[in-house]
Design a protein around this ligand. Structure first.
Ligand SMILES: O=C(O)C(=O)Cc1ccccc1
Length: 341
């Protein structure tokens, strides 16, 4: 199956909807044996937990790398088949290091997304009582989830940010901090024990992660897909953002995330990181992308991949309803063209 592709990664303008070599779960051509999936470390983070939960990841060597840019860089350098990185969380929004790295340098493509619940435990050294905890640490993304609990239970504790939840646990292990907010699963890896569990301000808070590889044909549409893009606007043209939105809305394509990021070219210069429902192989998504390509100075296609969300009961989701409406309108147009209005 082939289709038209308007994105800059389209090569000759055609893409083939077939799996490349490798397993159906991870269609990455493997330069290493076993294949390598890298992630921002250290071990014991939410990121590692989400990666281990991803079906098929157990066939790969999972390699912790010091930072998000270095993780994505190792895929560009062919040191790993793919990278698994956080891209947003429902409490704090986008992970800017990931958004900016995907927008810059050589193109990469998202192959899959995954979610991980963000519920925290307070991890302490064995024998530490809650009233002994004077200093606490964690990844900055933990703070909005634990702030209320801290105010109620440890109002005088001092907070110190750590690069990751696992780095926080290590600070506690080394005796440099009394308590770390991390996943409960982190405790055993650092010889710690949970002094409190299930800490969260917002129920159902989640982090979203993406599996990213070098450019390759997207997996075939599943009927519940997502497409990610970065779009640069002509900042001096009034209505440029409205036009971007209209490329989607007039075709009934639902935007599920849009975030502006500074381009670095000066104040007021932004790119937009966009996720929409649908697959580039679908006509209306392809047409929306073509519309953007015609009217915007630069568009980067970041991939079409299956949506993580569990299937809703048949026919109840807005995505498939608008898909059916577009298909019906398209059939009607065909009939008009055939002289059978
Ligand atoms: O620090 C961690 O455990 C990470 O994996 C980074 C992170 C933290 C919070 C949400 C998503 C990712």
């Amino acid at each position: 199956m082939t289709g038209e592709c308007a994105g800059p990664n389209a090569g000759n303008g055609k893409f083939h909807l077939a799996h490349t070599e490798g397993s159906a779960d991870f269609p990455f051509p493997q330069a290493h044996s076993p294949g390598r999936l890298c992630y921002p470390g250290p071990e014991g983070t939410f990121t590692e937990a989400a990666l281990r939960a991803l079906p098929g990841s157990d066939a790969y060597e999972l390699v912790p790398v010091p930072s998000i840019p270095a993780t994505l860089g190792s895929v560009r350098a062919r040191e790993a088949e793919a990278a698994f990185v956080p891209i947003e969380n429902s409490v704090e929004g986008g992970v800017t290091a990931t958004l900016d790295e995907l927008a810059a340098h050589q193109p990469l493509m998202i192959r899959r997304e995954a979610m991980q619940p963000l519920t925290f435990a307070l991890l302490v050294r064995d024998g530490t009582r809650l009233e002994d905890v004077k200093t606490v640490t964690g990844h900055p993304a933990a703070l909005p989830q634990v702030r209320g609990w801290l105010a109620a239970r440890l109002p005088h504790a001092e907070w110190e940010s750590a690069p990751s939840t696992a780095d926080g646990a290590r600070l506690v292990q080394e005796g440099r901090c009394d308590g770390a907010f991390a996943g409960e699963f982190t405790a055993s890896r650092y010889g710690l024990a949970p002094a409190a569990r299930g800490i969260h301000e917002v129920a159902n808070a989640q982090a979203r992660f993406v599996l990213v590889g070098r450019p390759a044909p997207p997996a075939p549409p599943t009927g519940r897909d997502k497409t990610s893009l970065v779009v640069w606007l002509d900042d001096d043209r009034p209505g440029a953002l409205l036009q971007l939105l209209q490329e989607f809305s007039t075709r009934g394509v639902n935007i599920v995330r849009i975030e502006s990021r500074p381009t670095g070219a000066g104040l007021g210069r932004y790119s937009f990181s966009v996720d929409c429902e649908g697959h580039i192989a679908e006509r209306r998504v392809g047409e929306a992308l073509m519309g953007l390509k015609r009217t915007c100075p630069k568009v980067r296609f970041l991939g079409s991949y299956p949506q993580h969300s569990p299937d809703p009961p048949d026919g109840t989701d807005a995505g498939s309803a608008s898909h059916r409406a577009f298909a019906a309108a398209s059939a009607w147009l065909g009939a008009c063209r055939a002289g059978q209005p």
